[in-house]
Ligand binder design. Structure first.
Ligand SMILES: NC(=O)c1ccc[n+]([C@@H]2O[C@H](COP(=O)([O-])OP(=O)(O)OC[C@H]3O[C@@H](n4cnc5c(N)ncnc54)[C@H](O)[C@@H]3O)[C@@H](O)[C@H]2O)c1
Length: 261
Protein backbone atom coordinates (compact mmCIF):
# COMPACT_ATOMS: atom_id res chain seq x y z
CA UNK A 1 0.00 0.00 0.00
CA UNK A 2 1.44 3.33 -0.89
CA UNK A 3 -0.16 6.74 -0.75
CA UNK A 4 0.61 9.72 -2.98
CA UNK A 5 -2.08 12.18 -1.90
CA UNK A 6 -3.62 12.97 1.47
CA UNK A 7 -6.46 15.27 2.45
CA UNK A 8 -6.42 16.49 6.09
CA UNK A 9 -9.68 17.99 7.37
CA UNK A 10 -9.22 20.45 10.23
CA UNK A 11 -6.05 22.54 10.42
CA UNK A 12 -5.82 23.13 14.17
CA UNK A 13 -3.32 21.95 16.76
CA UNK A 14 -3.54 18.38 15.46
CA UNK A 15 -4.34 18.71 11.76
CA UNK A 16 -1.82 21.40 10.80
CA UNK A 17 1.25 19.68 12.30
CA UNK A 18 0.06 16.36 10.84
CA UNK A 19 -0.55 17.80 7.35
CA UNK A 20 2.81 19.62 7.37
CA UNK A 21 4.74 16.59 8.62
CA UNK A 22 3.26 14.36 5.90
CA UNK A 23 4.03 17.06 3.29
CA UNK A 24 7.66 17.34 4.38
CA UNK A 25 7.89 13.55 4.09
CA UNK A 26 6.93 13.61 0.43
CA UNK A 27 3.14 13.24 0.34
CA UNK A 28 1.03 15.68 -1.70
CA UNK A 29 -1.22 17.11 1.02
CA UNK A 30 -4.44 19.09 0.70
CA UNK A 31 -5.07 20.81 4.03
CA UNK A 32 -8.74 21.70 4.49
CA UNK A 33 -10.38 24.03 6.98
CA UNK A 34 -13.94 25.37 6.98
CA UNK A 35 -12.87 28.54 8.79
CA UNK A 36 -12.14 31.08 6.01
CA UNK A 37 -9.78 33.05 8.30
CA UNK A 38 -7.60 29.94 8.79
CA UNK A 39 -7.45 29.31 5.03
CA UNK A 40 -6.58 32.94 4.32
CA UNK A 41 -3.86 33.21 6.97
CA UNK A 42 -2.19 29.97 5.86
CA UNK A 43 -2.42 30.92 2.19
CA UNK A 44 -0.56 34.13 3.08
CA UNK A 45 2.27 32.02 4.48
CA UNK A 46 1.38 32.81 8.09
CA UNK A 47 0.36 30.45 10.91
CA UNK A 48 -2.68 31.10 13.12
CA UNK A 49 -1.54 28.95 16.10
CA UNK A 50 1.38 29.05 18.45
CA UNK A 51 3.25 25.80 18.85
CA UNK A 52 7.06 25.56 19.01
CA UNK A 53 8.50 24.64 15.59
CA UNK A 54 5.13 24.79 13.81
CA UNK A 55 5.83 27.88 11.68
CA UNK A 56 9.12 26.37 10.50
CA UNK A 57 7.56 23.06 9.40
CA UNK A 58 4.54 24.75 7.77
CA UNK A 59 6.91 26.97 5.77
CA UNK A 60 9.04 23.93 4.84
CA UNK A 61 5.87 22.13 3.71
CA UNK A 62 4.90 25.08 1.47
CA UNK A 63 8.44 25.38 0.09
CA UNK A 64 8.42 21.67 -0.81
CA UNK A 65 5.40 22.36 -3.02
CA UNK A 66 3.59 19.47 -1.31
CA UNK A 67 1.08 21.44 0.79
CA UNK A 68 -1.94 23.34 -0.49
CA UNK A 69 -4.72 24.84 1.64
CA UNK A 70 -8.38 24.67 0.60
CA UNK A 71 -11.79 25.30 2.12
CA UNK A 72 -13.19 21.94 1.04
CA UNK A 73 -11.87 18.42 0.45
CA UNK A 74 -10.69 17.10 -2.88
CA UNK A 75 -10.11 13.57 -4.17
CA UNK A 76 -7.10 11.92 -2.52
CA UNK A 77 -5.75 8.45 -1.70
CA UNK A 78 -6.24 9.01 2.03
CA UNK A 79 -8.23 11.33 4.31
CA UNK A 80 -7.58 12.29 7.93
CA UNK A 81 -10.32 13.87 10.03
CA UNK A 82 -8.87 16.11 12.77
CA UNK A 83 -11.81 18.37 13.59
CA UNK A 84 -12.96 19.47 17.07
CA UNK A 85 -15.09 17.25 19.32
CA UNK A 86 -16.22 19.61 22.09
CA UNK A 87 -18.66 18.74 24.87
CA UNK A 88 -22.36 19.48 24.62
CA UNK A 89 -24.33 20.60 27.63
CA UNK A 90 -24.59 17.54 29.86
CA UNK A 91 -21.05 16.54 28.83
CA UNK A 92 -21.91 14.29 25.91
CA UNK A 93 -19.69 14.64 22.84
CA UNK A 94 -20.69 17.06 20.10
CA UNK A 95 -19.94 15.09 16.94
CA UNK A 96 -21.35 17.69 14.52
CA UNK A 97 -17.87 18.59 13.20
CA UNK A 98 -17.01 14.92 12.68
CA UNK A 99 -20.24 14.19 10.80
CA UNK A 100 -19.81 17.34 8.67
CA UNK A 101 -16.25 16.28 7.78
CA UNK A 102 -17.36 12.73 6.89
CA UNK A 103 -20.18 14.13 4.72
CA UNK A 104 -17.71 16.39 2.92
CA UNK A 105 -15.44 13.42 2.13
CA UNK A 106 -18.23 11.12 0.85
CA UNK A 107 -18.57 12.57 -2.71
CA UNK A 108 -14.80 12.21 -3.22
CA UNK A 109 -14.47 8.67 -1.86
CA UNK A 110 -13.10 6.06 -4.27
CA UNK A 111 -12.36 2.35 -4.09
CA UNK A 112 -9.10 1.66 -2.24
CA UNK A 113 -9.15 4.97 -0.31
CA UNK A 114 -8.26 5.17 3.38
CA UNK A 115 -10.17 7.33 5.88
CA UNK A 116 -8.79 7.88 9.39
CA UNK A 117 -10.63 9.57 12.23
CA UNK A 118 -8.16 11.21 14.62
CA UNK A 119 -10.62 13.40 16.54
CA UNK A 120 -11.14 12.27 20.14
CA UNK A 121 -14.44 10.41 19.85
CA UNK A 122 -16.62 8.14 22.01
CA UNK A 123 -16.43 4.37 21.48
CA UNK A 124 -18.33 3.18 18.36
CA UNK A 125 -18.19 6.59 16.60
CA UNK A 126 -16.17 5.15 13.70
CA UNK A 127 -18.41 2.11 13.21
CA UNK A 128 -21.84 3.59 14.04
CA UNK A 129 -21.52 7.20 12.84
CA UNK A 130 -18.63 7.70 10.40
CA UNK A 131 -18.95 4.43 8.43
CA UNK A 132 -22.69 4.86 7.55
CA UNK A 133 -22.05 8.43 6.30
CA UNK A 134 -19.13 7.35 4.09
CA UNK A 135 -21.10 4.33 2.82
CA UNK A 136 -23.66 6.73 1.29
CA UNK A 137 -21.03 6.84 -1.48
CA UNK A 138 -22.18 3.32 -2.41
CA UNK A 139 -18.87 1.86 -1.17
CA UNK A 140 -18.58 -0.45 1.84
CA UNK A 141 -16.16 0.22 4.72
CA UNK A 142 -13.60 -2.55 5.12
CA UNK A 143 -14.46 -3.97 1.69
CA UNK A 144 -14.20 -1.13 -0.85
CA UNK A 145 -12.35 1.41 1.28
CA UNK A 146 -10.31 1.31 4.49
CA UNK A 147 -11.58 3.01 7.62
CA UNK A 148 -9.74 3.40 10.93
CA UNK A 149 -9.62 5.36 14.17
CA UNK A 150 -6.26 6.57 15.43
CA UNK A 151 -6.22 8.72 18.57
CA UNK A 152 -3.76 11.55 18.95
CA UNK A 153 -1.59 11.59 22.10
CA UNK A 154 0.58 14.65 21.59
CA UNK A 155 1.19 17.22 24.32
CA UNK A 156 0.90 20.89 23.33
CA UNK A 157 4.35 22.44 23.51
CA UNK A 158 5.99 19.33 22.09
CA UNK A 159 3.53 18.31 19.39
CA UNK A 160 6.03 18.11 16.52
CA UNK A 161 8.41 15.81 18.39
CA UNK A 162 5.68 13.62 19.91
CA UNK A 163 3.88 13.24 16.58
CA UNK A 164 6.92 11.35 15.35
CA UNK A 165 8.14 9.64 18.52
CA UNK A 166 4.96 8.58 20.36
CA UNK A 167 3.59 5.07 20.08
CA UNK A 168 0.44 5.18 17.94
CA UNK A 169 -2.65 2.96 18.18
CA UNK A 170 -4.54 2.33 14.95
CA UNK A 171 -7.92 0.61 15.10
CA UNK A 172 -9.42 -0.56 11.84
CA UNK A 173 -13.01 -1.53 11.04
CA UNK A 174 -11.21 -4.63 9.76
CA UNK A 175 -7.65 -5.88 9.80
CA UNK A 176 -6.76 -4.55 6.37
CA UNK A 177 -7.95 -1.05 7.37
CA UNK A 178 -5.64 -1.08 10.39
CA UNK A 179 -2.76 -2.23 8.17
CA UNK A 180 -3.56 0.50 5.66
CA UNK A 181 -3.40 3.06 8.49
CA UNK A 182 -0.02 1.68 9.53
CA UNK A 183 1.27 1.99 5.96
CA UNK A 184 0.31 5.69 5.97
CA UNK A 185 1.68 6.73 9.37
CA UNK A 186 4.86 4.66 8.88
CA UNK A 187 5.98 7.44 6.58
CA UNK A 188 7.12 9.45 9.62
CA UNK A 189 6.13 7.75 12.91
CA UNK A 190 9.21 6.35 14.69
CA UNK A 191 7.29 5.15 17.79
CA UNK A 192 5.70 1.70 17.81
CA UNK A 193 2.50 1.39 15.76
CA UNK A 194 0.06 -1.01 17.39
CA UNK A 195 -2.93 -2.35 15.48
CA UNK A 196 -6.35 -3.16 16.91
CA UNK A 197 -10.03 -2.66 16.03
CA UNK A 198 -11.68 0.78 15.81
CA UNK A 199 -13.82 0.53 18.95
CA UNK A 200 -10.92 -0.69 21.09
CA UNK A 201 -8.82 2.26 19.86
CA UNK A 202 -11.64 4.67 20.81
CA UNK A 203 -11.94 3.01 24.23
CA UNK A 204 -8.15 3.33 24.67
CA UNK A 205 -8.37 7.09 24.08
CA UNK A 206 -11.27 7.38 26.55
CA UNK A 207 -9.25 5.50 29.18
CA UNK A 208 -6.11 7.57 28.58
CA UNK A 209 -7.94 10.88 28.95
CA UNK A 210 -9.89 9.71 32.00
CA UNK A 211 -6.70 8.45 33.65
CA UNK A 212 -4.93 11.77 32.99
CA UNK A 213 -7.88 13.82 34.27
CA UNK A 214 -8.23 11.81 37.48
CA UNK A 215 -4.51 12.03 38.22
CA UNK A 216 -4.31 15.76 37.46
CA UNK A 217 -7.40 16.35 39.64
CA UNK A 218 -5.81 14.39 42.51
CA UNK A 219 -2.57 16.41 42.25
CA UNK A 220 -4.61 19.64 42.25
CA UNK A 221 -6.46 18.59 45.37
CA UNK A 222 -3.19 17.68 47.12
CA UNK A 223 -1.79 21.10 46.19
CA UNK A 224 -4.87 22.80 47.63
CA UNK A 225 -4.56 20.80 50.86
CA UNK A 226 -0.81 21.49 51.06
CA UNK A 227 -1.59 25.21 50.84
CA UNK A 228 -4.13 24.86 53.62
CA UNK A 229 -1.72 22.96 55.91
CA UNK A 230 1.28 25.07 54.87
CA UNK A 231 3.15 22.03 53.59
CA UNK A 232 5.64 22.11 50.70
CA UNK A 233 3.72 20.21 47.99
CA UNK A 234 6.87 19.22 46.07
CA UNK A 235 8.53 17.71 49.11
CA UNK A 236 5.30 15.87 49.98
CA UNK A 237 4.89 14.50 46.44
CA UNK A 238 8.54 13.39 46.31
CA UNK A 239 8.16 11.56 49.62
CA UNK A 240 4.82 9.97 48.68
CA UNK A 241 6.33 8.82 45.37
CA UNK A 242 8.93 6.82 47.32
CA UNK A 243 6.05 4.35 47.91
CA UNK A 244 6.63 1.52 45.39
CA UNK A 245 3.11 1.77 43.92
CA UNK A 246 2.44 5.53 44.11
CA UNK A 247 3.23 8.04 41.36
CA UNK A 248 1.57 11.39 41.95
CA UNK A 249 1.86 13.67 38.93
CA UNK A 250 4.31 16.55 39.10
CA UNK A 251 3.68 18.06 35.67
CA UNK A 252 0.04 18.86 36.38
CA UNK A 253 -2.15 21.70 35.29
CA UNK A 254 -5.81 22.14 36.09
CA UNK A 255 -8.27 19.60 34.73
CA UNK A 256 -10.39 21.38 32.15
CA UNK A 257 -7.46 23.53 31.06
CA UNK A 258 -5.61 20.50 29.73
CA UNK A 259 -5.82 20.80 25.94
CA UNK A 260 -4.84 17.17 25.43
CA UNK A 261 -8.26 16.44 23.97
N1 LIG B 1 -4.94 19.86 20.80
C1 LIG B 1 -4.48 18.77 21.41
O1 LIG B 1 -3.48 18.78 22.11
C2 LIG B 1 -5.17 17.43 21.17
C3 LIG B 1 -4.55 16.27 21.66
C4 LIG B 1 -5.17 15.04 21.41
C5 LIG B 1 -6.38 14.99 20.73
N2 LIG B 1 -6.96 16.14 20.30
C6 LIG B 1 -8.24 16.02 19.56
O2 LIG B 1 -7.99 16.29 18.19
C7 LIG B 1 -9.16 16.90 17.61
C8 LIG B 1 -8.76 18.23 16.98
O3 LIG B 1 -8.30 19.07 18.02
P1 LIG B 1 -7.49 20.42 17.74
O4 LIG B 1 -6.90 20.82 19.04
O5 LIG B 1 -6.63 20.25 16.54
O6 LIG B 1 -8.70 21.41 17.37
P2 LIG B 1 -8.59 22.93 16.89
O7 LIG B 1 -9.79 23.62 17.42
O8 LIG B 1 -7.22 23.48 17.17
O9 LIG B 1 -8.70 22.83 15.28
C9 LIG B 1 -9.75 22.22 14.61
C10 LIG B 1 -9.90 22.88 13.24
O10 LIG B 1 -10.92 22.14 12.51
C11 LIG B 1 -11.63 23.09 11.71
N3 LIG B 1 -12.90 22.46 11.28
C12 LIG B 1 -14.07 22.33 11.95
N4 LIG B 1 -14.97 21.64 11.21
C13 LIG B 1 -14.35 21.30 10.06
C14 LIG B 1 -14.73 20.56 8.91
N5 LIG B 1 -15.95 20.00 8.81
N6 LIG B 1 -13.85 20.42 7.90
C15 LIG B 1 -12.60 20.97 7.97
N7 LIG B 1 -12.18 21.68 9.05
C16 LIG B 1 -13.04 21.83 10.09
C17 LIG B 1 -11.77 24.31 12.61
O11 LIG B 1 -12.04 25.47 11.85
C18 LIG B 1 -10.38 24.33 13.28
O12 LIG B 1 -9.46 25.14 12.56
C19 LIG B 1 -10.18 17.04 18.74
O13 LIG B 1 -11.03 15.93 18.73
C20 LIG B 1 -9.31 17.03 19.99
O14 LIG B 1 -10.03 16.58 21.12
C21 LIG B 1 -6.39 17.36 20.50
Amino acid sequence: MSYQTLCVLGLGYIGLPTASTFATHGLKVIGVDTNPAVVEILNHGKVHLFEPGLRTIVQAAFRSGNLVIKDQPQAADAFIIAVPTPFKEGKSANLNFVTAAAKAITPHLKKGNLVILESTSPPRTTVDIVAPILEKSGLTAGKDFHLAYSPERVLPGQILRELIENARVIGGVDESSAKAGKALYSLFVRGEIILTDATTAEMVKLMENTYRDINIAAANEFARLADHFQVDIWEAINLANRHPRVEILKDWIKVGEDRCG
